[in-house]
Design a protein around this ligand. Structure first.
Ligand SMILES: [Zn+2]
Length: 290
């Protein structure tokens, strides 16, 4: 595992293409396929953005590295940087993290400084791994997930969980742009995104607030895609509601309409039900304020 310093102006391309650029090819040891590269906002920019405690939101999974002899790839991918790099890293995936900073963890050494990339000690990797949200990745690897999606809010708190869900959404939306050539339509839903949202709401219905826990002793809820995936809806949080089974059935039975402007379900008979808990449609995570 390594940490990379990255500036906000560069990061969208890193997330979207799972790419990064180096001035020097990392040696001793060389990068290994599958190795995680933590995208850390440079300190001055993190400070400016109020993200000193959440400098890391994403990690790349290293695949291979290639020289950029004539600077063509550098200019193509980071045109505003007005410079080129001799080495380009290609990742196999971008993985969202629970937002965190290395400085906030009880690590064995200081990973600050300009060195890029900086190797992370294996002892410290173990402390960092729970923050990597493999199950929210586009190709989930649940076996590597240390905290199950259904417990993520109970472990890291609601604000950080919502921020990790938004990190998932940012990757999904950026990747969509580059995937217009996909020929076969696939309506894959990420079960772990659904479970993370249920965890955030503690399985309470966003429409009526129904909580099964007190009466039945278990949390129970369902997720519903506002715009069906088969009709072009995205598998991102802004297209998902967490609801009780009654509301799920009645929304389908009446073909109720979700009015996004007022966050209200509107039924054909005129009944309107505003969300009692609209959080993930309206919130901006506040945890990052220093
Ligand atoms: Zn309900």
């Amino acid at each position: 595992m390594r940490r990379l310093n990255v500036r906000p102006a560069q990061i969208d391309e890193c997330i979207q293409k799972s790419m990064f650029a180096f001035s020097v090819k990392p040696q001793n040891p060389e990068l290994q396929p599958g190795e995680l590269l933590l995208l850390q906002l440079v300190k001055t920019e993190a400070n400016r953005l109020g993200k000193l405690r959440s400098r890391i939101d994403f990690a790349l999974v290293f695949d291979h590295i290639e020289p950029d002899h004539d600077g063509m790839m550098s200019r193509l991918h980071w045109p505003k940087e007005n410079r080129t790099w001799p080495w380009i890293v290609y990742g196999s995936a971008t993985v969202p993290t629970i937002p965190f900073s290395l400085e906030s963890l009880d690590l064995s050494m200081d990973y600050d400084g300009q060195t890029n990339p900086r190797s992370i000690d294996p002892r410290d990797e173990r402390l960092i791994m729970p923050y990597i949200q493999w199950t929210l990745a586009e190709v989930p690897m649940p076996t590597l997930q240390l905290v199950p999606a259904s417990q993520v809010a109970q472990t890291f708190g609601q604000e950080r969980t919502l921020a990790a869900i938004y990190n998932h959404d940012r990757i999904a939306i950026l990747h969509e742009v580059s995937r217009k050539t996909v020929m076969v339509e696939q309506f894959t839903r990420n079960q772990f995104l659904a479970d993370s949202l249920k965890s955030y709401y503690e399985n309470r219905c966003q429409i009526c607030g129904k909580d099964f826990q007190p009466e039945y002793g278990i949390g129970f809820s369902e997720t519903h895609h506002v715009q069906y995936l088969a009709q072009g809806g995205r598998d991102v949080s802004e297209n998902i509601v967490v609801i009780c089974p009654n509301h799920h059935r009645i929304i389908h039975a009446t073909n109720a309409h979700f009015n996004r402007h007022i966050l209200t379900y509107e039924y054909p008979n005129g009944l309107r039900e505003p969300l009692v808990r609209p959080d993930h449609f309206v919130k901006t995570p506040q945890f990052s304020k220093p």
